[in-house]
Design a protein around this ligand. Structure first.
Ligand code: XMP
Length: 542
């Protein structure tokens, strides 16, 4: 299959690499982020019609500055350097970068020349967003200067013959007034891209690719009830129909009433083959004594895969139109576990679908960005696995996934559900996960959600939930001294979970939540509200 046209964002450790890719996709051109070390391989794979070299925190002169050999690329594929990327171009192609002692941060006035291909018909003076210490003092050999600021004599340059462009400022951030226009000029005028990356085209391409890969094999999909796995399942279902069997593992770490809702929605309403696995005991057993957050995630990820493998080994029947298997890891009479026996094995699925998203992959550590948390569906996978993974959303951002879900006909309730982490409530319980502590958190969380929905705030918040810390504090209820847990309420606004701001919830809503939790949840005598943003905090507490 021909690779679709793609503009690559080479990530030199920029805060904004994701944002650049987003802007490009918003212009309906497909974009991927690639680490410098992967660039050659990705170009060789085909379809690359342009490169954007991102910014980065290093000086081009630093010993450990990330580099690529531009001389090999020049003339072959159009490139646009942004900030560090522009400095790298200048440094390698005959220009000059210096530390002049005058840095530029924030809003800056750019003066541009007329007739520039990249800058188009910008007014002579324009506000752009700057963030740099080093300064380009001479453009690359074949380039002309097309823009400057007080501190940057070469704030924009272009070499038309080789299709090499550079801007010292950041066109991807909203503070650069005509940034969008500049990026679009690069995409359409320079790279010759066509605006054909749409929701329908993404679905069509994914369906075609999944069909070609799967053939007559069986596919297993882990459903969590969240948006990502639901959309992944619906997409694979569209591609391979009844060859897909969805497995819903109730790991006992779900929110109140969630397991029942998942079964109702997918089996009864959407008519998918759904196997429900009740495995709470197994997960809780595995989590006993585990307090380290990363260890918790890995333990859960690994247990997930083992449970899937067990289901697969037990066989899904020759035609899984009807769910014919119920596996239970809870203590049940031996006779009820007979369905796990090898006697039923007819066909073992070869593929496993996961709703991994792009930010999961980027955050789990490309070679340029540090590991922040190993999301269980990426970094937490055990090394030995019996499945080949199908990850149809692996190049998509959350809002793109939601649009695809809508296009596939999923209900609004599912498509607009707030994200919920794969490891569930376990990463919202600090310290050991025990049945008692789970119960406290589950009840408190249900109250938070109920009150947020009642106040009409659910959809405008990225997430809203409760967290149970591992401390207790003194309180007084009636005439009794209490020594009980506090519950922390977390509500954030976000575009894509890469950054988040704490939500300014109305006091009345906070008050209702606090009063209800303290009155209704046994074992809690205090409620606090988390007012940290991401960064420096993360959305989840572990
Ligand atoms: P953090 O806590 O890193 O979370 O700011 C960012 C977003 O990712 C969700 N999250 C997860 N999703 N598996 C998932 O599918 C995970 O292991 C996981 N951990 C965090 C989190 O809820 C937030 O929306």
């Amino acid at each position: 299959m021909r690779r679709r046209d793609c503009v690559l964002v080479v990530d030199f450790g920029a805060q904004y690499a994701q944002l650049i890719a987003r802007r490009i996709r918003d212009a309906k051109v497909y974009s991927e982020i690639v680490a410098p070390s992967d660039l050659k391989r990705r170009i060789a794979a085909g379809g690359v019609i342009g490169l954007v070299l991102s910014g980065g925190p290093k000086s081009v002169y630093a010993n450990d500055a990330p580099r690529i050999d531009l001389t090999e690329l020049v003339g072959g594929v159009p490139m646009l350097g942004i900030c560090y990327g522009a400095q790298l171009i200048a440094d390698q192609l005959g220009g000059e970068v210096r530390r002049t002692g005058v840095a530029e941060f924030g809003r800056t006035m750019l003066r541009s020349v007329s007739g520039s291909v990249l800058l188009g018909e910008l007014p002579e003076e324009n506000i752009v967003w700057m963030s740099h210490n080093d300064v380009i003092t001479a453009p690359p050999g074949n380039a002309v200067v097309t823009g400057s600021t007080d501190a940057s004599p070469v704030a924009a340059f272009e070499d038309l013959r080789n299709e090499v462009y550079g801007v010292q400022f950041h066109p991807e951030v909203v503070h650069t007034e005509r940034g969008d226009e500049i990026l679009k000029r690069f995409l359409f005028e320079v790279c010759g891209a066509s605006p054909s990356y749409t929701t329908v085209s993404v679905i069509d391409a994914a369906v075609e690719e999944i069909r070609a890969r799967v053939g007559d094999e069986r596919v297993l999909c882990g459903l969590s009830g969240g948006v990502d796995s639901a959309v992944a399942a619906a997409l694979v279902h569209k591609a391979v129909g009844d060859k897909l069997v969805c497995v819903f593992v109730d790991h006992g770490l779900l929110r109140k009433g969630e397991a029942e809702a998942v079964v109702r929605t997918f089996r009864e309403r959407m008519g998918m083959n759904l196997v429900e696995v009740k495995a709470a005991d197994k997960f809780l057993q595995r989590l006993k004594g585990v307090t380290d957050p990363e260890e918790k995630r890995k333990a859960i990820g690994e247990t997930f895969i083992r449970v899937f493998e067990e289901v697969a080994r037990a066989g899904l029947g020759p035609d899984s139109a009807q769910p014919r298997l119920r596996v239970s890891h809870e203590r049940e009479p031996a006779s009820q576990q007979a369905s796990l026996s090898k006697g039923e094995l007819k066909e073992v699925p070869r593929f496993l679908v996961q709703g991994t998203l792009y930010p999961d992959i980027v955050e789990s550590g490309t070679s340029q960005s540090a590991t922040i948390k190993s999301h269980h569906n990426v970094g937490g996978l055990p090394e030995t696995m019996d499945f080949e993974l199908i990850e149809p959303l692996r190049n998509l951002f959350k809002d793109e996934v939601r649009r695809i879900g809508e296009e596939l006909g999923l209900s609004e309730e599912i498509v607009w559900r707030q994200p919920f982490p794969g490891p569930g409530l376990a990463v919202r319980i600090i310290g050991e996960v025990s049945p008692e502590r789970l119960e406290i958190l589950r009840e408190a969380d249900a109250i938070v959600l109920e009150e947020i929905k009642r106040a009409g705030l659910y959809k405008e918040l990225w997430q809203s939930f409760a967290v149970l810390p591992a401390i207790k504090s003194v309180g007084v209820m009636g005439d009794e001294r209490t020594y009980a847990y506090p519950v922390i309420v977390r509500a954030v606004k976000s575009e894509d979970a890469m950054t988040a701001d704490w939500a300014r919830l109305p006091y009345e809503v906070l008050e209702r939540i606090a009063t209800r939790i303290i009155n209704e949840v046994e074992g809690v005598n205090r409620v606090a509200y988390d007012i940290s943003s991401k960064p420096p905090a993360t959305i989840e507490w572990e």
